[in-house]
Design a protein. Sequence first.
Length: 320
Amino acid sequence: MGNSPALPKVSVAMAVYNEERYIEQSIRSIMAQDFQDFELIICDNASTDRTSAIASAYAARESRITYIRHPRNLGSGKNFSSAIQAARGEYIALAGGHDLWDANYLSSLANTLDNRPNAVTAYAPNVWIGQDGEPLGMHAGFTDTSGYSETTRFTLAVWSTNHYCIAGMHRAAALRQTSYDLPQLEAETLVVGELALLGECVVVPHTSWQCRLVRDDSGFDDHINRYYQSLFEERRYPLLPNWRIPVALVRFALRCGRPWPIRLTLLSTAVCTFGLFRHELVWDIKQFPRRWRVWWQAHRGSPSRLPDYAVVRQPAKTPS
């Protein structure tokens, strides 16, 4: 009997949909890493452009690449979940189909997790680039939570102004204990909070990744529309989408299984997120009457009477 192939140290999970313009650049960026003990899993959410042809061609030439194409659009949440579930490595690095990594990105993050047993996440700061790769003069980081208690880590993670650390490298066992498969707007807030209870997030300053700004959301509702319609297999009509994360954080704090003194501390942090997200929550309340009318008309089966509202724009019909 032949020996089974050795498991890779790192699994790179890439979830894509219609990324024909950038996916080849992203794949080349990953394959050019100075760390080679990894597999790349590309999960395609039934793309309608040349994404499938490009990804499958790379998979045919490179044994470390696994290409999985779903027969229908499952929503971005389930698509990423399938990539994470297929991962075999000790560590999982999440990748976008339009982003770029420094050549030492994987090695730097993997070495950090190797040498920091209390860490569950290693994160490198990101810089923003435009559609043609031009620098946009913006960057984002995250608070290093090394040495803090679990309650302080939770507070720092949840109250952070960004949660791009979700795009870092995680211990697979820890990531799979979180709500990574939750199809919910801004679900990464809950996931980084859950990870914070499991261990530290270490910021790795001597490498970085480039986050490409490929979409232009003209307004807050356009942002909600894009995320909501990408999260689910079927069309959804959000009523109070921004309220769901603070409520989920409260529920998590109450059910996390920690001793009650710790739960109450986590609960106070979760309750304070209602103030942290107050602008978004107030916006939801202001928009609720219109969204309710949209939801009601949609469920009565009368899409032709829907108002001209970003969250419910109907897709163009395919000619029969």
